[in-house]
Design a binder for this molecule. Structure first.
Ligand code: DGL
Length: 261
């Protein structure tokens, strides 16, 4: 069985690379649903339906554990998938999201004011506020949606993205920490750190690898089922000329293929 990673687009490749960096020996299948990006602007019903299709696909690819790297899909679909879909459809498969590990990471140390920047759908779900408050009820939280960052990144337009980051960052100057609550934002972490030198920037590429390693150490029953041949597959639902070009520029070290329909 392999490790599956799902995202709505190419951004999740950053998270996948960080998993591979920490645990290179395992076999990975990445699936980015570029045909339906951006999820952050879709309805909950659409996000759930796309995410279910992606999980089903990764199960057919023999993934024994699947990480929903997409914050938006985690926010809207993870609970349903864990509680309803997996028990009925694939009880041996484990599906995990990114919100809980990110909240744990943000609350290391003594934060009293935490900012969250994410897609419209993630912010509207209020999942970060709910999970942060479960652990620290008095925490001051400021959540802001940044709908223009993902399109800029997926267009490889880092000039537009860096200008937008400066504007968004101005809302978080009085926070202790800022969660970059979207798989794409680690690609902008340097801009956030430049704009907010006193704020701890929580970037998912920097801890998800160790979080997964730790999880597998605690769940030997899953770990022993995972194959270790250093085999990595990177798949997307649509690889048109635009995505091929962007992927080559942003991830020249990765060979990405479109899934066969
Ligand atoms: N990957 C999504 C996330 O982490 C953002 C991109 C999108 O809107 O599809 O929230």
């Amino acid at each position: 069985m392999k490790i599956g990673v799902f995202d709505s687009g190419l951004g999740g490749l950053v998270i996948t690379k960080s998993l591979i960096h920490v645990m290179p020996e395992y076999d990975y299948v990445y699936y980015g649903d570029t045909a339906n990006l951006p999820y952050g602007e879709k309805s909950s019903a659409q996000i759930l339906s796309y995410t279910l299709e992606a999980i089903k696909y990764l199960i057919t690819q023999k993934c024994g554990i699947i990480i929903i790297a997409c914050n938006t899909a985690t926010s809207i679909a993870l609970r349903y998938i864990q509680q309803k879909f997996i028990p009925a459809y694939a009880p041996d498969v484990k599906v995990l999201g990114v919100v809980i590990p990110t909240v744990e990471e943000a609350l290391l140390g003594n934060a009293s004011k935490v900012g969250v920047i994410a897609t419209n759908a993630t912010v509207a779900s209020k999942i970060y506020t709910a999970e942060l408050h479960k652990i620290k009820p008095k925490l001051e939280i400021k959540e802001i949606a940044a709908p223009d960052l993902v399109p800029a990144i997926e267009n490889n337009d880092f000039e537009t993205a860096s200008t937008a980051v400066k504007e968004y960052a101005s809302h978080f100057v009085d926070m202790d920490s800022l969660i970059l609550g979207c798989t794409h934002y680690p690609l902008l972490k340097t801009y956030f750190r430049q704009a907010l030198p006193k704020v701890r920037i929580i970037s998912q590429d920097e801890f998800m690898g160790n979080k997964l390693k730790d999880y597998l150490n605690r769940h030997i029953e899953i770990d022993i089922c995972l194959s270790r041949n250093h085999n990595y597959k990177f798949l997307v639902s649509s690889l048109n000329e635009h995505y091929r070009d962007v992927a080559e520029k942003m991830f020249p070290d990765i060979s990405i293929c479109q899934v066969e329909n």
